[in-house]
Write a protein that binds this ligand. Structure first.
Ligand code: PRP
Ligand code: MN
Ligand code: MG
Length: 178
């Protein structure tokens, strides 16, 4: 393995607090409404499961999943977004919130939002846990952002290096292993 687990960038406690904060905002914005939350596999899955538990009875929350891949086993984006598995729900006329672990170049989210917008949802917003702002090449409009982070290679809490380290409960910096 070319990378190993380095220092903690965002701790479990910080993640928990932020997820509660984002959850409270979304719950307030959508109370009494139906929302289809779209989890972008695989990276968003841990954040998604934690965030959705914050919705409580106030929101009629439903789940769906979209599998895409741009990075594959590489640490650099291929530049091509591929849909591996589409939604199983018709989102026409629905409130939709796309949930992502990280916004990097913006390639994935700009592709996904364009694709879903074509299906004419009632509303479409994005919730992203981490934002590597300085890496952006494609503009993306995000309503709910967790943390802005520096341009470091991060792993854990869903984020991987070639499929490894997604299960770590904190976000760590990946360090090159000599
Ligand atoms: C990662 C990450 C985001 C995307 C962000 O996914 O989870 O989905 O890249 O990068 P971008 O803004 O440059 O498009 P990846 O393709 O590695 O798939 P994964 O979620 O299965 O790890
Ligand atoms: Mn992803
Ligand atoms: Mg990945």
């Amino acid at each position: 393995m070319k990378y190993r687990i380095g220092r903690v960038l965002i701790s479990e406690g910080q993640l928990r607090e932020k997820v509660k904060e984002l959850g409270a905002q979304i719950r307030e914005d959508y109370k009494g409404e139906k929302v289809i939350f779209v989890c972008v596999l695989k990276g968003a899955v841990i954040f998604f499961a934690d965030l959705l538990r914050e919705m409580g009875p106030e929101v009629d929350a439903q789940f769906d999943f979209l599998a895409i891949s741009s990075y594959g086993a590489s640490t650099v984006s291929s530049g091509i977004v591929k849909i591996q598995e589409d939604l199983s729900t018709d989102i026409h006329g629905e409130n939709v919130i796309i949930v992502e672990d990280i916004l990097d170049t913006g390639l994935s989210l700009s592709y996904i939002s364009k694709l879903l917008r074509e299906r004419a949802p009632k509303s479409l917003e994005i919730c992203v846990l981490l934002d590597k702002e300085e890496r952006r090449t494609q503009p993306v409009n995000v309503k709910y952002t967790g943390f802005k982070i520096p341009d470091e290679f991060v792993i854990g809490y869903g984020l991987d290096y070639a499929g490894h380290f997604r299960h770590l409960p904190s976000v760590h910096i990946a360090e090159p292993a000599e």
